[in-house]
Every structure is written in C-alpha cells, then in structure tokens.
Design a protein around this ligand. Structure first.
Ligand code: ATP
Length: 384
C-alpha cells in the first residue's frame, strides 16, 4: 500500500514568486496521477520534492501517512524515470537495469538480480538487447531500459518526469500504451509529469492541471473534458482546443459572432450584471447541416469557411470572426495565458470526413446549446 499526500506544499527559489504555490492532493494506493500544465508551471519541481531532490519550503509531504519532508531520497523507496533517461553509457543494458540492486551492496543476491532483471526485460521486451550499450539502442529502447531500472527495484511508487518527450510521435504513442499496460500490471502508485495532453488524458486515473504553481483542477480525464472549472483548463484540455467566442449579453440573449442563443431565468441569475461573457464550444460539437440531422434545440448558423484540412478520418474547417475591441482584448489576454500561437479570432470545427464543406464557401452549421460553456471573462470561472 502506498498513498502519497501533499498538504499545502510551497516551493520558493530565493525570494521569487513561488514555483509551487499551496498544492494539496491525495494520491491513493495504485492510482495513476498525472501532473500537467504549460512549461514552467511547477510540475517538475513538485515531482522533485516528492522524490526528495528538492527541499519543501513549507507544507507537508506524507507517504503512507508518514511525514517524509526531511527523509533522504534513498530512504523514500520511490523510483524515478527522467526525461533524459540518465543511463550509464559504459554499462550494458543488463547492468544498467541491475544498477539499483547493486547499490544495495550485497543485500540482493546475484541469482535474485538475474531473476529480477530477466523479469523486467520480459515486461519491456528487452531480452534481445541485454548485452548492448545504450549508444547502440534506439530512443524507444533506451526509454525502456530507464523504465526497467525503475521497475526492478520493487519501489513503493513510480515517478515519471516527461519520459516520452524525446521520442518521435509514433514511438511516443507506442510507449504510452506500454507504460499504461505496465502500470496496470504492476498496480504501482504512479505520478507522471507531462505537458502533453494526450498522455494526460489517456494514462491518468486522475489529472492535476497546474498553472503558475497553482492547482486549477484535479479530476478524471472525462470530467476535465466535460466540466472544466475555468478558461485555462478548458483551453488546455482538448485537441484542437475549445473555441472561445466573445458573446454580448443583451436581455436574455447571448449574441455570439455567428448566432444568438437565448437563455432561461436560472442562467440569467448567474450572469447578472455582465455585458460580455466568453462562450466555449468544442470543435467536435459543431456539425455540418448538409450531412447531419439537428436535434430539436439546435442552434443554426451560416458562416464563411476560410481554410479546410482533410485528414482522412475527419475534416477541420476554420471560420474567422470579428471581435470588438473589448472582446479582442480579452481573447488576447487569454491567448497569452494559454501560451497561444496566435489570436483566437477564428473558430475551428471538427467535422465528419464525408463533409463537403469547402474553402471560400458559405456553409450551414448547427450545434446543441446544452454543450456550450459560458465563462466569466474576468475570473475565467465556468458559469455553466
Ligand atoms: P517544464 O515543462 O518546462 O519542465 P515545469 O512545469 O516542470 O516546466 P518547473 O521546472 O517545475 O516547471 O519550474 C517551475 C518554476 O520554477 C519556473 O519558473 C522555473 O524557472 C523555476 N525554477 C525551477 N528550478 C529552479 C531553480 N533551481 N532555481 C530557480 N528557479 C527554478
């Protein structure tokens, strides 16, 4: 049984803004927890504090209910896999995997080492490479050796710091599946740091989204996707990302760039006093009216398609829109917050591959307004 609990953990480097700011979470025995967020949000720092490579400025870290703030890394019995693998170039694959067991200075017998390395090599399909040196391995194989070294130790929990970020996209996909399989098989408590939201969504039992050292939301992948608590989480989870459309509030109507949506009393109370809100609409919730049947409450709109991208199994259509100055200012701010690549004055819709929507043509679309999110433009809070 290995549970990991963080209570109000803070990390300050020097006098600066805290790199990790009042983080609390409980990770259950056997749970796979993902820490995700943009570069510099503090995820590696948090992981390094758990493993003991970094001091905790304030707050408590508990492993199985025992405070371990001051325990040396080697006494925490946690296995960490680093982004750069940290393999020993002069040792063979066998010796690299055996290394943590040799550190025990004879506590593990040679037979036992052979058995455990063999077992790890089986799980990771490294049997044919045990005599090779790291230089003679592919990126994916090196990655597996690093994982072998982590699992051979019988540690209480695994900690991964962006282990797949040096691999190409195809290999990353394969290794992701292998990590999921291995974790399920071994049932070990795992904390996994990534900035890749596909890894976050597919690997984690739960995901912690961090921004500037502060936890934004801790939830299952499905809940993050369906009920993001704020604009940041909404924009971070999902690919292509959620569209953010500025909407003027006039009476009981939201005026979006392409259409109007009326709302009832209950929602009116939530946005009372606001003139501008941000509507979030996922690309996959907008449908091509030429090929799909709308439900009874669907909102229809016509729009000019600027660019299309046909990917074989789906089609993306980009639809520019105009925003007034105040709305534009909000969108720019949001974009900076999300490490955006450009201003968000276009909507992307993710249509079925059979759609005949074309570049430069006006087309008809619809969406179910129940799937819209409405965000407070000031606090970013999800009001729906
Ligand atoms: P990345 O994905 O780029 O690795 P991250 O989310 O893991 O980012 P951290 O590496 O934890 O982020 O860094 C969080 C913040 O702390 C950053 O602002 C970083 O510059 C700062 N930081 C990290 N390590 C140190 C250090 N040793 N001294 C001073 N500041 C540091």
């Amino acid at each position: 049984m290995t549970s990991i609990e963080m209570k109000n953990i803070v990390k300050r480097y020097g006098d600066g803004f805290p790199a990790v700011n009042d983080v609390s979470m409980s990770i259950a025995d056997g749970e796979f927890m993902i820490l995700v967020g943009p570069s510099g949000c503090g995820k590696s720092t948090l992981l390094r504090m758990v493993v003991g490579l970094e001091d905790i400025t304030s707050g408590d870290l508990l492993i199985d209910g025992k405070k371990v703030n001051d325990l040396a890394p080697r006494d925490r019995n946690l296995s960490m896999v680093f982004q750069n693998y940290a393999l020993y170039p002069h040792l063979t694959v066998y010796e690299n995997i055996a290394f943590p067991l040799r550190l025990t200075k004879g506590a593990v017998s040679e037979d036992e080492i052979k058995r455990r390395v063999g077992e790890a090599a089986d799980v990771l399909e490294l049997n044919d490479h045990l005599d090779r040196k790291p230089a003679n391995l592919s990126g994916g194989q090196r990655q597996r050796v690093a994982m072998g070294r982590a699992i051979v130790r019988d540690a209480d929990a695994f900690l991964f710091d962006e282990p797949l970020s040096n691999l190409d996209a195809k290999l990353r996909g394969q290794m992701r599946t292998e990590i999921a399989r291995m974790q399920r098989r071994l049932g070990q408590t795992t904390i996994y740091v990534t900035h890749d939201q596909t890894e976050a969504m597919t690997l984690g039992d739960r995901v912690t989204v961090l921004k500037k050292g502060i936890v934004q939301q801790i939830a299952s992948p499905r809940e993050l996707y369906e009920q993001p608590v704020n604009l940041f989480v909404a924009g971070f989870i999902g690919s292509p990302p959620m569209n953010f459309l500025p909407a003027r509030v006039e009476g009981n109507v939201l005026k979006l760039p392409f259409c109007e949506v009326s709302f009832g009393e209950e929602f009116a109370a939530k946005i009372a006093g606001k003139e501008l809100v941000i509507v979030g609409l996922r690309p996959e919730f907008v449908k091509d009216a030429a090929i799909q049947e709308p439900g009874p409450n669907a909102i229809h709109f016509d729009a000019d398609v600027d660019v299309t991208e046909w990917l074989g199994n789906e089609l993306y259509a980009y639809i520019p829109f105009e925003a007034d100055e105040a709305a534009q200012h909000k969108l720019d701010e949001l974009d900076r917050d999300l490490d955006g690549e450009g201003m968000r004055t276009q909507m992307v819709v993710n249509l079925e591959a059979r759609s005949r929507v074309k570049e430069g043509q006006r087309s008809s679309f619809f969406f179910d307004p129940m799937l819209m999110h409405v965000f407070d433009p000031e606090s970013g809070e999800n009001l729906t």
